[in-house]
Design a protein around this ligand. Structure first.
Ligand SMILES: Nc1nc2c(ncn2[C@@H]2O[C@H](COP(=O)(O)OP(=O)(O)OP(=O)(O)O)[C@@H](O)[C@H]2O)c(=O)[nH]1
Ligand SMILES: [Mg+2]
Length: 235
């Protein structure tokens, strides 16, 4: 897929302030500093579209970008930076929880994990939270340019091993670097697949319900989620 336009929409402090639900959304989530904003820029092909920084906790709002005028990328604040009780780690931010649980046009979450680290409890907790809340997601291992391929593979295998019991079929895994642009086509490919599936569901619905209005986007996303056994299924 080519990105022909990437436009900043808004920075929303909460779910109610997000733009209307008319376009499918794909969101980036992960620990502070894992590389969410940088990955978004790498996919968009535009340095500085989302603001990246070495300071953890830099992105504090829900930042929404419209791509190719017909779908959106959403840069979420990271977890693990805000101080708080340990038991609250997975419930890191009410705004993000609200978005992930209640945004009807959210198609797919990219859960980012740093490839240079062995499995971190906070990431495992968060992935478990996604599974328990039936949020559709894939895993993206970031910053592969910083480590040897062997180290990245070892850490990825250890992480996927730790979560394997939670799934009938494990989530798809992508390996990315915002520096070398590794993984760009693969990540754009999964977005393309999702958009195609949503459009196909819409066409099927139009054909089978001549007298009813088109399926809403929310219904199409729900239908699409059901149709995707190759992504993850809660146990
Ligand atoms: N070497 C390398 N550095 C990266 C990569 N991706 C991000 N970084 C660096 O890591 C730091 C954090 O990147 P961000 O994209 O701001 O991370 P974030 O997850 O958006 O962070 P928060 O907004 O604080 O949650 C920055 O200094 C980036 O330049 C990568 O693929 N390779
Ligand atoms: Mg950020």
């Amino acid at each position: 897929m080519n990105i022909s336009s990437a436009i900043f929409d808004c920075s929303a402090p909460d779910l109610d302030s997000c733009p209307d639900e008319s376009l499918p959304e794909f969101a980036f989530i992960g620990r502070s500093n894992v590389g969410k904003s940088s990955l978004l820029n790498m996919l968009a092909g535009e340095e500085g579209l989302a603001r990246a920084s070495p300071t953890p906790g830099f992105t504090k709002l829900i930042n929404v970008f419209t791509m190719n005028k017909c779908w959106r990328l959403v840069d979420l604040p990271g977890y693990g930076f805000a101080q708080g009780a340990r038991k609250d780690r997975a419930r890191f931010n009410q705004t993000v929880n609200d978005y992930l649980e209640n945004r009807p046009n959210l198609c797919l979450v990219f859960a980012l994990i740093e490839s240079g680290l062995s499995p971190q409890e906070i990431d495992l907790d968060f992935v478990e939270w996604l599974v328990r809340h039936a949020v559709p997601f894939v895993l993206v291992f970031t910053k592969t340019d910083k480590v040897s391929a062997l180290t990245a593979q070892t850490n990825i295998a250890a992480f996927t091993d730790r979560i394997s019991a939670w799934f009938e079929k494990p989530p798809a895994v992508f390996i990315c670097s915002a520096v070398t642009r590794q993984g760009r086509q693969e990540v754009l490919g999964v977005i393309d697949e999702q958009l195609t599936a949503i459009n196909a569901a819409s066409i099927r619905n139009r054909a089978s319900a001549e007298n009813s209005p088109n399926l809403s986007l929310q219904a199409r996303v729900r239908e699409n989620r059901k149709r995707r056994p190759d992504l993850n299924r809660p146990w």
